[in-house]
Design a binder for this molecule. Sequence first.
Ligand code: UDP
Length: 345
Amino acid sequence: MCFTSAMWRRVLLGSSYFDFMTSILVTGGAGYIGCHTVRELARSGYHPISLDNLSEGHREAVLEGDLATGDLSDEALLESIFQDQPVDAVMHFASRCYVRESMENPRLYYEQNVGNALVLLRVMLSHGVKKFILSSTCATYGNPERVPIDETHPQNPINSYGESKLFIERMLKHYDRAYGLRSVSLRYFNAAGASLDAQLGESHHPETHLIPRILKVAKGELEKLQIFGDDYPTHDGSCIRDYIHVLDLASAHIAAYRWLSEGQGSEVFNLGTGQGHSVKQVVTAAGQITEQEIPVEVSPGRAGDPPQLVANPRRANQLLGWWPKYSDLETMISTAWAWEQKRRY
Ligand code: UDP
C-alpha cells in the first residue's frame, strides 16, 4: 500500500533530502512529548517520521519530517511505513496516559497501550528493526517504598496506566532475549513546560494536568484550581511530584537512541530531576510567575495517585550522560505560561 497525500505529509524539505539521513519512526509524534522530540531529532540531524491518529495529537505540532496519519492498530499502514524507507529505530510515544481514565476505563489501557505495542513490535521485527525506545512512566512503581526512586525499586503499579506500561517493559525483556530487540524504557516522571520559542506546548482536551490547569486559572479560563487531596503524608499534605521539562525528555530520547546505536544492551532509565514539588508549591510558584492570584479549592484525592513520586536519575546521568537543563520550576512554568498565552493549537 502506498501513502495517499491525505495520510502522508512531508514537512519543510523534499523527499530526496531525507535519503541521506537516518529515519526514526516516532509514534505519537504529534503529541506533547512526541512533537518536542521530533523537533530535537531533526535538529540533531535525523529524519523523524511521525505516526499519529490525531486523536490527542495536533497536525500543527509536527514541525519537522514526515507525518503519517492513522492508527497504530492499522497493521497495513505500519507495513507501508516500514516498506517506504529504511527505519533505523522506533520511538514509541503513542498511548493513553491518564491515571483517572485508566481507573475508570482500564480496557482502553490494555487494548490500546498493550495491544498496539504488540502490533508495532511485530511489524518492526518483521522488517528487521531492532532499536526501540519506550515512553514508560514512574506510575509503574506504584506507592514508593523509598524516595527517591531508583530503577531497582519494586514495580507495583496502583493504576491501569502504570500496569499497561509495565506489561510492555516486561515484554521487551523477553523480546530482547528471544529476538535480539534492543530497547530503552524511559520512565518519565511529570512532564512539564513548553518549547523556548513557544511554538510547541501542551494541549489536551480536556486538560487534566496540573500546570496547564493552574495556568488556565491564571488566564481566567478556569475559575479555580482543585487541589486533589491535602491529607497525604507529605510536608504540606498535597501530593509531591518530580516535574521534568519536556525539552529534557526530548534530549533523553536522542541520548537513548545513541546508546542503542553504540550497541549497548537494553536498559531502563528514570527521567526526573531528583527534586520533588508539592501541588501547593507549584501553585505558589505559578502565582508568582504569572503575577495572578490562583484561587484553589481542596477536593478529595484522586484514585490511583501515590502521595510522592521523586526520581533518582543517577543512572541516566551516568550511562546516557543526560542531565536536565530546563527543569527548574521557574523555567517549566514560565515556558508553559508563554505557550499558554500564544498557543498555536
Ligand atoms: N493535580 C491537582 N489538581 C489538578 C490536576 C492535578 O491537584 O487539577 C495533582 C494530581 O493529583 C497529582 C499532581 O497534581 O498529584 C500532578 O498531576 P498531573 O495530572 O499533572 O500528572 P500525573 O501525576 O497524574 O501524571
